[in-house]
Design a protein around this ligand. Sequence first.
Ligand code: ADP
Length: 611
Amino acid sequence: MISMVAKLRRLLSQREQWHALLLLGMMMFGAVLEMVGVGAIPAFITLLSAPSRVEKYAAVRSALAHLPPHSEAELALWGAAVLLLIFLLKNTYLALVSALQARYVTNRQIKIAGRVFHAYLDSPYALHLRRNSAELLRNATNEAMEVVGSVLMPLLTLVMETLTVAAIFALLLVAEPFISLVAVGLLGGASLVFARAIRRRLIHHGHAMQLHRMKMLQAVNEGLGSLKVTRVLRRESYFFHAFMASAEKFAAATRYRQVMLDLPRLYLETAAMAGILGVAAILIAERRPIDVVIPVLSLLAVAVVRMIPSFNRITSSLTTLRYGRYALEAVYNDLMSVHARADVRGQAADALPFHRSIELRHVDFTYPGAARAALSDITLAIPRGGVVGFVGPTGSGKTTLVDIILGLLDPTRGEILVDGREIRDNLVSWQRHIGYVPQDIYLTDDSIRRNIALGVREDEIDDAAVQRALQAAHLSDFVASLQAGLETEIGERGVRLSGGQRQRIGIARALYHEPDVLILDEATSSLDNETERFVMQAVEHLRDERTIILVAHRMSTVRGCDRLYLLKDGCLIADGSFDSLLVENDRFKALVGAEWAESPDRDPERSSRWA
Ligand code: ADP
């Protein structure tokens, strides 16, 4: 519990913590008002049943002296009015506290969810290689909400209710020490027994709930994400069953929590009834006069009735906290680890100019947990305006090399210099130079225009830049042929477009901010020859102004590069122009030869310079 509070504190700013304390202060005052409310009822009953007894108290006597002459009935009316006023004020105040509490809590919910999502957007790319997106989706939505709903909120409730119980207990202790000890001992003991009894299963279900929440998301993601293949292979039932299996376990955990949230009230009520009857039996056995027994019993009954919801909420809060613990762990761990990243990444204030070259010096990279290096001792230099290709068999490290140049992955060793300066000095500025076209272009369920200006606010989209990008990516004619033009909605992941159109939107998107470096990672691999040639023509038109880095395993794609770098098993084994490599390097010759044999129309001689 203490560690939970400590973790929660790290998730809240200083100001938010102060607000929590202020809220607690208000709750504490609320508890005092509750105590006054509880005390007022037996006082009123005494006023009705034996008015003379209230005059024993000096304060009451002097208050009564201020009243005009009155009968007992009038006194009772005054008493009723005062009682009503007390409850009116108390409950208005408590309603206010409750509204403030709800406001505080929901605001924190938004804030924490926002911070988690922001952290993921900002986190090292390597994290996304390791983590399933379903887990991140769950943490940024559900778990962030849970941190507030199942940790912060129950903690506040726990403190509030403990204070309420303590206040009522204090009142009872003065009036009737024995009874108060009996009442609190009874309810407290019963709660403790309950909490102990369900502890282990709560831990089990709390963990299961979190795990299966993720697995459900994952099954939906994977099942729908691969729908085409899934449907043709008739494997829908696999994902459906995976989903249902997790849904059932999730439901079992939810059910257990629900029952354990409802049960304490019934259980405590039974224990309290037994307790009150027991105390009544003792008092009667002691032969105390009935006018003493009645106020004592009514005080006890009111106290217990008032305390049952408190004990119920205390037990329920403890139950909820056990479930919330896992959400807190997930959110806390991610927010803390991303903090570390932000510190490491201190950015130099000035921009990173690129006029001369991009240089890699002795770059090594090993994926976390991988047995062997994905890149070893890569040294190369790309001049501004150069067009280079990274070639090599699948798994040779081409994509890793590109991700390093993009600044997505941090090399394990070595430097990446732009005009002699390390890109990590100002990654943001370096990335502004780059237009990147990945192999899988992620298109959003939106218009062509908004896909090209991805992530730019509607009112900030530069339409002239969109037009230039369209032109450069050879998309203008296609867009002109569409009824809705640029506003055409392309469907989720661009399902209403062909592969080549999607790829060219990807290129237009990369070109929108007019980058001086264009990196295409297998951007045309999935295209047929005709479309690829078309896309490469578009790229050819861009070469005068830009530095272009191409990754391809098709040799025809890189035919027109100034220089090729041949990779194998993470090592740079040769470099040179296409023609010189073809003459000098057997391995390169073999690669080209294999492709030529497979598809004669890819004969490098015939597919001259991307035309
Ligand atoms: P290419 O782009 O040339 O096909 P990659 O750069 O994708 O090759 O991969 C290079 C090597 O790194 C391969 O051996 C691959 O198995 C490994 N690799 C790629 N991604 C990861 C990852 N996220 N974790 C561990 N190993 C990886």
